[in-house]
Ligand binder design. Sequence first.
Ligand code: GRF
Length: 207
Amino acid sequence: MNLPKKVVVLVSGRGTNLQALIDHCKQSKTAKTAKMAKIAKISEVISSNKDAYALTRAKEANIKCSTLPTKRDDRDIFLFNRLEELKPDLIVLAGYMKIVPGKIVKHFKNKIINIHPALLPSFPGLTPQKQAIDHGAKVSGCTVHFVDEGVDSGPIILQQSVEIVETDTADSLAEKILPHEHRLLVNAVDLFCNERIRIEGRRVYII
Ligand code: GRF
């Protein structure tokens, strides 16, 4: 039997995307059709914020947690060392609000994925839902992509669009996109752990 893939999740806030991953791992563990549970295990949750509700979710699921130091240099060193120790197969940024240093991106090339609540390459960076509303976009959505050294600029794995209506605000759009984020992130982790993702340059093929 294959050993489960070791997944480390980086968080900063409320952790609904983390919860979607935890729930999926738990569900698939008991399901006969289990695909992900056989091959994905969240081995640690690392938070940039000691008060993140995501940490409570992880503890409730009996997942080991650690919190990063607040000073940037210390944080970068701690994160690199911890990831080096853990040697994860996959690192998931699930609402992680800090920049991942280039040294880590290089070291874990094509092993770090991020969920972003916009259709990249539109509206990268902070407050993407507000950016989409302010721009007058008629569609937005979410993207799961590999992390490269830029901001939200790596190869795109999966995307889902949602319609923006005239009454939408940044908050209502965020609420509309969120359940799609959860589904998309779980799917991407599943595909990765099942070795169904091939990258050629910027293009990602699902095999
Ligand atoms: C999500 O919208 C995610 O895409 C963005 O930050 C939010 C985090 O939500 N990067 P949560 O912490 O997973 O609930």
